[in-house]
Design a protein around this ligand. Structure first.
Ligand code: ADP
Length: 450
């Protein structure tokens, strides 16, 4: 039985994991880098250990040091959160080799799903629809690249197999650009991910990004917790998420959740995971990738299903069977999440650093904030600029949107620039209010947003 969890992360997600540990009567161990010495997760945890200097490679990505801290503190399990080592198969393996519990799926599931091209191949076998695309591209064979692109049909996207975080994608409109684009994509992929494997995918012109939350236990039981609509994106990165999706019909929802469970089953998935789909204007859906960890936007699912996903992860890691089956999982009302970033929308969304002079977080019916900054906290440039997530719930979408506007109005942060006003503008944009938007929402609605 897990009695003490080391949280190999920082920021809001570390705090969020520690909260569930405390409720479950499990001790928590924080790790921190030098600039994070006074960070909130360090204060909230039962114990905290210095992991290394500011750069992540020497602290939050430092596998030997993290395992050493787990040993020293007597932790019996490690929760990786999201980002950092959460999708590192080697880390999952090393944790288990050290006799500790890794709160997440098997290394093999992480490895397969972390390779977008391999994941596509596996999905085809499992009967899950994928975006029309290619296998590995060989840039010395120009003719075949051109032929593949013709077959798929322009525009196409060149993607890094090891890509993530919205990076490593290239849009190509015509045959004159394709060879150059493949070469550039390969060298970018090599530099960013240490792997130059790239493949081609059809570029869907006005897609929705809709994903399905999955939970699987060690006994082959897999359930879904419905979908999240994540089409409000900037540079392929999510900004606002909501559930239910205002776009799909119940029939499509049923088919998508069914295929998501099949996708997870094909890798014998254990723990919490997310199957991402692109959905075109005709509601055809295609597997995009599977994230083998907790997502940033998981709270909207928690709010509408009543299931604490972190506690569920811990129970599964403990070897407990899922305490519910698919029919038991009900979704009520509507939830929206806004990602609050320390960035300056007036200056090309440049991430900001500095001391937080004042912070007032919204409260009241149906409001949750998952954050970690406080008055006097010094935001550094070392890490992700996400400082808080604002989650609201309403009995229906209209109430949820009104509540989000009200909560954003109450949210006050001074000392560092944030995107709060930008988010308020999103909430006031007609296409958002009507729930009629795709992944181009932000670029299409510039006049409302600037
Ligand atoms: P990452 O792993 O870097 O987040 P994804 O493959 O999940 O990359 O894609 C991120 C986003 O990029 C999607 O939500 C979508 O907006 C856009 N995108 C990716 N592939 C395509 C495609 N084939 N056609 C259109 N948009 C795409």
């Amino acid at each position: 039985m897990i009695k003490k969890v080391l949280v190999a992360n920082r920021g809001e997600i570390a705090v969020r994991i520690i909260r569930s540990c405390r409720e479950a009567n499990i001790k928590s161990v924080a790790i921190y880098s030098e600039p994070d010495r006074t960070s909130m997760h360090v204060r909230y945890a039962d114990e905290a250990y210095w992991a290394g200097p500011g750069p992540s490679g020497q602290s939050y990505l430092n596998i030997p040091r993290i395992i050493e801290i787990a040993r020293e503190s007597g932790a019996d399990a490690i929760h990786p959160g999201y980002g950092f080592l959460s999708e590192n198969a080697e880390f999952a393996e090393k944790v288990r080799e050290a006799g500790l519990i890794f709160i997440g799926p098997d290394a093999e599931a992480i490895r397969v799903m972390g390779d977008k091209m391999k994941a596509r191949e596996l999905m085809i076998k499992a009967g899950v629809p994928v975006v029309p695309g290619s296998g590995k591209l060989d840039d010395t064979d120009e003719d075949s690249i051109k032929k593949i692109a013709e077959e798929i049909g322009y525009p196409v996207m060149i993607k890094a197999s090891a890509g993530g975080g919205g990076k490593g994608m290239r849009l190509v409109w015509s045959p004159d650009e394709i060879i150059d684009a493949v070469r550039r994509a390969k060298s970018e992929a090599q530099n960013a991910f240490g792997d130059d494997t790239v493949y081609m995918e059809k570029y869907l012109q006005s897609p929705h990004h809709i994903e399905v939350q999955i939970l699987g236990d060690n006994y082959g039981n897999i359930v879904h917790l419905f979908e999240r609509e994540c089409s409000v994106q900037r540079r392929h990165q999510k900004v606002v998420e909501e559930t239910p999706s205002p776009f799909i019909t119940d029939e499509v929802r049923k088919a998508m959740t069914d295929r998501a469970v099949a996708a997870a089953a094909s890798v014998n998935y254990k723990g919490a995971g997310t199957v991402e789909f692109l959905v075109d204007a005709h509601m055809n859906f295609y597997f995009l990738e599977m994230n083998t960890r907790l997502q940033v936007e998981h709270p909207i699912t928690e709010r509408t299903t009543g299931i604490d996903l972190v506690k569920a992860q811990i129970k599964i890691a403990n070897g407990e069977p899922l305490p519910f089956n698919q029919e038991d999982i009900k979704r009520t009302g509507h939830a929206i999440e806004c990602r609050i970033y320390a960035e300056d929308p007036q200056n090309n969304f440049m991430p900001g650093a500095g001391k937080v002079l004042h912070i007032t977080e919204p409260l009241g019916l149906g409001v949750r904030t998952d954050g970690y900054i406080y008055e006097g906290y010094e935001i550094t440039v070392f890490y992700d600029p996400l400082i808080s997530k604002l989650i609201v719930w309403g009995q229906n979408r209209e109430e949820a949107v009104a509540r989000m506007k009200r909560a954003l109005y109450e949210y006050k942060i001074t000392g560092v620039k944030t995107n709060i006003q930008f988010l308020e503008r999103i909430m006031n944009t007609p296409d958002f209010i009507e729930g009629k938007y795709d992944t181009h929402f932000i670029s299409k609605n510039e006049k409302y947003l600037t």
